[in-house]
Design a protein around this ligand. Sequence first.
Ligand SMILES: Cc1cc2nc3c(=O)[nH]c(=O)nc-3n(C[C@H](O)[C@H](O)[C@H](O)COP(=O)(O)OP(=O)(O)OC[C@H]3O[C@@H](n4cnc5c(N)ncnc54)[C@H](O)[C@@H]3O)c2cc1C
Length: 293
Amino acid sequence: MKASAFSYARAASVGNAIELLVAHGERAKVLSGGQSLMPAMNLRLVAPELIVDIGDLTELRGIAVSGGIVTIGALTRHADLLKSSEIAAHTPLLTDAVAHVAHPAIRNRGTIGGSLAHADPASELPACMVALNATIIINGSAGERRVPASDFFTGIYETVLSAQELLVAVEIPIGPKNSAHFFCEFARRHGDYAIVGLAAQAVVENDMLTDLRPVFFAVGDRPVLAKAAAKLVKASITPALLSEASENLSEELDPPEDQQASSSMRRHLAKVLLARCVSALLGRPDLGSGGSL
Ligand SMILES: Cc1cc2nc3c(=O)[nH]c(=O)nc-3n(C[C@H](O)[C@H](O)[C@H](O)COP(=O)(O)OP(=O)(O)OC[C@H]3O[C@@H](n4cnc5c(N)ncnc54)[C@H](O)[C@@H]3O)c2cc1C
């Protein structure tokens, strides 16, 4: 199938992109890497009348580190994140996660802004943003607004972004020296969307987790920061305590059922991932046997 007929505008600046979005509202769509938008248009799942191509806005591309914050421009491609030494040094969770986003050809075009705006609940980067306590920076005709990642995603393919706004960057606070992270996803093949995934950021002190943000993806309509993890923070973790937290996690999640996995299968996989996460973060193999696959 081919996309419905549409008009095309190449934005000359962020201001120009916003002018076009304000003028055309719901009838316009931003084009970044096109790796989600173009397939959706070709399948006629969406039929915008105007495409606003922001690909020339080089000011939206790049990674900067300053004052304990990593700032990533919206047009930074997945491939740029994967090879960035700044990202590997300061937010290695992202380096691990991006390697699971699709395949090289898609990573060469797809952007972090596009992935976050698209808000697929099975995507890796939205979950990472919540785990990393990122702030999403949005520009519109009224100026800039800053939204915590935990408030940004509102449903399946839904965010707080209005049709008149542009996601311009994300800011990620650099964690303390004893930060640790964990990333793992179950997918049919490497590069496929996850059946269940977990991105977690933590602080480890004296064999204890003093902070833990485990964010599950593909288990709900948006990334899910597991409340059950609170039990595991500043606690001496025994297999019994971990098992209790896993049961709480299972009650907390309401995963969808689809052709890839049943709801109960997703619950089971989430529990396995939580056990592996805690085991890896603390270097405690005795905790990792939280269920077989
Ligand atoms: C075969 C295949 C496999 C894939 N597998 C995965 C996977 O495993 N994991 C994964 O996470 N993704 C996967 N993707 C999606 C891919 O990562 C996309 O690149 C990403 O989701 C969207 O980024 P993009 O820059 O291409 O955005 P686009 O396709 O250009 O845009 C996506 C949506 O976001 C909006 N948008 C884009 N940029 C902005 C902005 N700056 N401000 C406001 N709105 C904006 C667009 O209007 C559109 O609605 C896959 C894609 C394909 C085709």
